[in-house]
Design a protein around this ligand. Structure first.
Ligand code: BTN
Length: 249
């Protein structure tokens, strides 16, 4: 497994219980560090949401990466980092379990209409700085709160058998390492192609979102070369780089 990790997880810190693995990873900031917890007491999701992280039932992992080290166009590499991580995590889940997942822009991992895993990338925002990519995968149904029962799923509920969390950890880290390598080598098209293959909803789905000017609705038209979502609206195409989208279909 070591060679497949390509330097990732050369240092791996495990905590039975921790606030958030992203915070620990940030405090150890050095490329390739991996932080893992059995339970998080203050797990964070995107846009201020919390990430329910009970013990024994999920994978809570943070990886420190340095996309600005990319050989060509480091700014584009920064923008494509979470897409690359999403492809890697989906690849790793498939390698470990045989389960095929789909990606939902920007980087949620779904099975049919239910969310299986999410990614939260955090960095200091300075050019050249390190980025912590944290991901959470629901392994057993207990990994998500009952009120999300209709919107969330887990590997074990999808596959109907016990899943070895450490195999999923090893395969997702190896696949993230491989996609990170693509990014550093400037193989951006390989990442975008892989992402598009796994994200069919990125074209032809109705979405709505809020802009300072108000609520907009449109139909997705894929992603551009920097990973922004394109949405056809009545008077043209909007380019969405961040923010909360509601998927209407
Ligand atoms: C989302 O879909 O909202 C992103 C969820 C990210 C959760 C992971 S679990 C490991 C890491 N530590 C955190 O506090 N959050 C991320």
């Amino acid at each position: 497994m070591r060679p497949r990790l390509q330097g990732l997880a050369a240092s791996l810190y495990f905590f039975p219980t921790i606030g958030s693995t992203n915070d620990v990873a940030m405090s150890h900031a050095s490329e390739g560090v991996v932080v893992l917890a059995d339970e998080q007491t203050a797990g964070r999701g995107r846009r201020g949401h919390s990430w329910f992280s009970p013990p024994g039932s999920g994978l809570y992992v943070s990886v420190v990466l340095a996309p600005a080290r990319a050989r060509t166009d480091p700014q584009r590499a920064m923008k494509l980092l979470t897409l690359a991580a999403g492809v890697g995590i989906a690849d790793g889940i498939h390698a470990a379990t045989g389960l095929t997942t789909s990606l939902k822009w920007p980087n949620d991992i779904y099975v049919a209409q239910r969310k299986l895993a999410g990614i939260l990338a955090e960095g200091s925002g300075h050019p050249g700085s390190l980025v912590v990519v944290g991901y959470g995968i629901n392994v057993a149904p207990a990994a998500y709160p009952p009120e999300l029962r209709d919107r969330a799923t887990s590997l074990e509920s999808e596959l109907g058998r016990p899943i070895d969390r450490f195999l999923v950890l090893a395969e997702t880290l190896a696949a993230v390492a491989s996609r990170y390598h693509d990014l550093l080598e400037g193989r951006f098209d390989a990442i975008l192609d892989a992402w598009r293959r796994r994200a069919r909803g990125a074209s032809g789905a109705r979405v709505s979102w809020t802009q300072p000017s108000g609520q907009l609705t449109g139909v997705t038209a894929g992603i551009d070369e920097e990973g922004a979502l394109l949405v056809r609206v009545s008077n043209g195409v909007e380019r969405i780089v961040a923010g909360e989208l509601t998927w209407l279909s």
